[in-house]
Design a binder for this molecule. Structure first.
Ligand SMILES: [Zn+2]
Ligand SMILES: [Zn+2]
Length: 215
């Protein structure tokens, strides 16, 4: 019998109905980055002052307890089964994006990938693409700077650190792509990756993340 990955009650989906309600989509999301705002149909201050190269963000939930724990488990605890929860939550949102639009998982730096043994974004993307019969482009974008250990950096340093952190290494024969990561915090990583894809000629870069920070 299939069981809910969180509470173990019988469930066809990786989350039972009760645990699905633990996901809290951002309220009044910014139309570009999905940051929760006070009023509907708005664009946040940061996106207005410095528009990112992506046009919109599909986000399943705010990054908060207990969802943050699942993200940490996938990232640091080798709980690869957590990728299924995140993928299934995103499948429902991405139904409105034509399934000819490929997903590009945000790549890890090769050093980081060797250390962890897997890329959590790739693990989530793989499940979505299989379910939606959507192309998965996991070898077109690479990370040329190891910028992941930046939690302790100040915002200015952080921005400088992710600048030109990515490189497109193969032609991408699509006008639109979905750039996927597990979490958006400051958004700098996704901004940098989207900018790189735009420079490579992609007209529309959309972003999808399982969780985004609310602040
Ligand atoms: Zn449950
Ligand atoms: Zn925004």
């Amino acid at each position: 019998m299939l069981r809910c990955a969180v509470c173990q009650t019988p469930s066809q989906q990786s989350l039972c109905t009760g645990c699905q309600s633990l996901l809290e989509p951002p309220e009044n999301p910014c139309q570009i980055c999905a940051k929760p705002l006070n009023q509907p149909n708005g664009v946040c201050g940061e996106c207005r002052a410095d528009p990112p190269a992506f046009s919109q963000t599909y986000c399943a939930t705010i990054y908060q307890a207990p969802v943050d724990h699942w993200v940490q488990q996938l990232k640091f605890g080798e709980r690869l089964d957590r990728a299924r929860i995140m993928a299934e939550a995103l499948v429902d949102l991405l139904i409105e994006v034509n399934n000819s639009v490929p997903i590009i998982p945000v790549p890890l730096h090769p050093k980081r990938l060797r250390k962890r043994g897997y890329n959590q974004a790739y693990e989530i993307a793989k499940i979505i693409c299989k379910q939606q019969n959507r192309p998965l482009l996991s070898d077109v974008l690479i990370r040329i700077k190891n910028t992941e250990m930046q939690a302790e950096l100040h915002e200015k340093q952080r921005k400088a650190n992710v600048r030109a952190a990515f490189k497109v290494i193969k032609p991408i024969n699509h006008d639109s792509v979905l750039l996927l990561d597990d979490v958006m915090t400051t958004g700098q990583t996704l901004r940098s990756a989207a900018q790189c894809l735009q420079k490579a000629g992609i007209e529309t870069v959309m972003v999808t993340v399982f969780a985004r920070s609310g602040g």
